[in-house]
Ligand binder design. Structure first.
Ligand SMILES: [Mg+2]
Length: 238
């Protein structure tokens, strides 16, 4: 059987997740959650109970709305509306501020990302960004990232599935075994990729969103690293 390093060496298409793989994202959702639970606390609600409800509703709505900052804000808004009879300007303004900081959060690359991408690019690797959420919000972050020049394209889908992965491969004219998916999410990046016969590299991040807490379908097929620089080493490029 081929080792993972050998698989990486023959990889023709490098498919990168963006949020929490290339740049910080979960951190800003976590901050929005903190701000919202504090707001609810100020209105007399138990913050831990509110937190639990956010996570529950978030998982429920995923099937319907897909991922994204605006659907997330809708979850927060609906919790407020359900619990408070008369909404005051203070509450409306607070939610607006939370929403604005989430949608316009700073674009901060993760450690080693810049150098690793530059190196892969210098070796002539074909790279694309494959992310989920809302088209305009994700594209805006891609444009602000300063790394867009390294990628052939940025594809945004509402939810990542095996089908969206197959479409991506077909559009890129690459066989599954010649592609590698690199991402932090088991549910969205790793399991669908493996399910299509694509090699997968899991980036382990300290903050993982509640809805993403699931297991590997096939742990024996997945290699886990802590950051992009490890990939170069695995691929024998550093
Ligand atoms: Mg991610």
């Amino acid at each position: 059987m081929m080792t993972f390093s050998e698989k990486l060496r023959r990889t023709k298409l490098w498919i990168f997740d963006a949020d929490d793989t290339l740049w910080e994202s979960g951190l800003y959702f976590r901050r929005a959650e903190e701000d919202f639970t504090s707001l609810m606390h100020s209105l007399g609600f138990d913050p831990e109970e509110v937190r639990g409800e956010i996570h529950r509703r978030d998982i429920e709505r995923l099937e319907i709305t897909g991922y994204g900052a605006r659907p997330y804000m809708d979850t927060l808004r609906s919790i407020l509306n359900d619990r408070v009879d008369s909404i005051t300007p203070y509450m409306v303004d607070s939610l607006d501020y939370i929403s604005a900081s989430l949608l316009n959060h700073p674009l901060v690359l993760l450690p080693g990302v810049l150098d690793s991408l530059a190196a892969l690019f210098s070796y002539g690797k074909r790279m694309i960004v494959y992310t989920m959420g809302e088209q305009d919000h994700q594209k805006d972050k891609f444009d602000r990232s300063g790394i867009s020049g390294y990628f052939e394209q940025c594809t945004v889908v509402p939810v990542k599935t095996r089908d969206t992965m197959r479409e991506l491969l077909a559009a890129s004219e690459v066989a599954p075994e010649n592609a590698c998916m690199i991402g932090n999410s088991l549910r969205s990046d790793i399991n669908p990729a493996i399910g299509c016969g694509v090699n997968a590299l899991h980036i382990k991040r300290p903050i993982t969103w509640q809805a993403e807490h699931i297991d590997f379908d096939t742990p024996e097929l997945v290699t886990t690293v802590t950051g992009l620089p490890d990939i170069l080493q695995l691929a024998g490029l550093s």
